[in-house]
Design a protein around this ligand. Structure first.
Ligand code: NDP
Length: 386
């Protein structure tokens, strides 16, 4: 195991007081079941009361013809929640590894919440004309907002998913540190660092997300609702579900370096492409980072970007996302653990069909212009290969 002396001190800090915690037993499981509900309610309350940037989005409000407005304060909500969590743990009110010890109960609670949310958001809304199961799965409402636009359902869903995932990761890692005093894995530390970076930078660039497929093409049902309330916070950290309790965890130093390199290469591709498209939609003539000039194919009214990141492939951002997940998984050093690989494999299963869906959508929307664009940018995801 990688010797990481400072972790021994950290283990002393995170060890729960002997008499405190109360995480075990039937009563503990009942509390654990509702713990995600408490987190989701707290995130909603913080989102409502903390200061927020008010911005226009990309999706147009059908009633007014104007872009929908959003309040964004995700990063602040994450930090305040983590601060409250750390304060509660430091006072001994909750063990640092609470969401590890209650992982099955809280997964069940989050799953139930996701199902209740799905029924509550879909059933009262007018049918789309599809079957009820299709409506339940894909949703009926495109971009629901509550409280006179103060809360956007999709942005709240992504925010609760991110906050709950971060709490799970920290709790799972705390369990690892507590059970390996003085001998915790540096790979786990890197995993936490990379994942936390991934979540914080997503929330930092929250506004860019308003310009993505989820907002323009998806409705709000089980896929998005249950996905953000249950799947995102509990499945994305599947690597730690399998690794946090392992007796021997060793990530050789060269693999730590490789995993960080793979992660940040993916990040550069994904964030670079998303920022470039955002800039192109909001300020069509501006250069990305003052360097990459926008070039586009155009039919006179509509334009498609085909320079910089968007020259490499039509969805280079998806390749970036898969590389980030691969880097995160590599950091744990469990190359032969199939469970750890489920996370990047899930991205492959999600993003390859999504690329095909988006391609169909864009072919229908842009017609001949899309053909011209595909001719100019022939690769779908992996430059030179696919
Ligand atoms: P894109 O950001 O690529 O958005 C696709 C849309 O962008 C198209 O429907 C089209 O919309 C527009 N578009 C496509 N090509 C061009 C072009 N050349 N020039 C200008 N506009 C273009 O995909 P997603 O929204 O699916 O993904 C956004 C990000 O989110 C990605 O980085 C992805 O990897 C990430 N993601 C992350 C997930 C996670 O769980 N972490 C899950 C899914 C996605 P229009 O014509 O309406 O403008």
């Amino acid at each position: 195991m990688t010797d990481f002396g400072d972790f021994a001190d950290f283990a002393d800090v995170v060890r729960p007081p002997a008499a405190g915690g109360g995480a075990g037993g039937t009563g503990g499981a009942a509390l654990g079941f509702f713990a995600p509900w408490v987190v989701y309610a707290l995130v909603l309350a913080l989102h409502l009361i903390l200061p927020a940037r008010k911005v226009s989005g990309y999706v147009v409000d059908e009633a007014t013809g104007e872009p929908l407005r959003y309040r964004l304060n995700g990063l602040l909500v994450l930090w305040v929640t983590l601060g409250l969590w750390a304060a509660a743990c430091a006072k001994g009110l909750v063990p640092w590894d609470y969401f590890w010890s209650q992982r099955w109960a809280s997964l069940a609670g989050a799953c139930t919440f996701g199902l209740v949310f799905t029924l509550a958001i879909v059933l009262p809304a007018p049918s789309t004309g599809k079957s009820l199961p299709a409506d339940l799965y894909l949703g009926r409402l495109a971009n629901p907002q509550w409280g006179d636009g103060r809360v956007d359902a999709k942005m709240w869903l992504y925010l609760v998913g991110a906050v709950m995932l971060e709490l799970n990761i920290l709790s799972f890692a705390a369990h690892h540190v507590l059970t390996h005093p003085g001998d915790a894995s540096l790979g786990v530390a890197l995993y936490v660092g990379l994942f936390s970076f991934f979540l914080c930078e997503y929330l930092f660039f929250e506004r860019v997300h308003l310009y993505t497929y989820d907002f323009v093409a998806e409705r709000t049902g089980f896929k998005l609702g249950w996905g953000c309330l249950t799947f995102y916070p509990f499945f994305y950290c599947v690597g730690l579900w399998s690794a946090a309790d392992a007796t021997y965890l060793h990530t050789p130093a060269p693999l730590l370096v490789v995993s960080a390199l793979v992660f940040f290469s993916g990040w550069a591709l994904s964030r670079g492409a998303n920022l470039q498209k955002f800039l192109f939609k909001t300020r069509p003539d501006a250069k990305l980072l003052g360097l990459i000039a926008p070039e586009a194919v155009t039919d006179g009214t509509r334009s498609l970007l085909c320079s910089g990141f968007w020259r490499l492939s039509r969805h280079i951002n998806y390749l970036g996302e898969i590389l980030m997940a691969t880097g995160i998984t590599l950091s744990l050093g469990r190359l032969l653990d199939p469970v750890a690989w489920l996370y990047p494999l899930y991205y492959v299963a999600l993003l390859f069909p999504r690329q095909a869906d988006d391609d169909r959508r864009c072919a229908a929307k842009y017609g001949a212009l899309w053909q011209e664009y595909c001719h100019k940018v022939p690769y779908k995801i992996i430059p030179g290969l696919y």
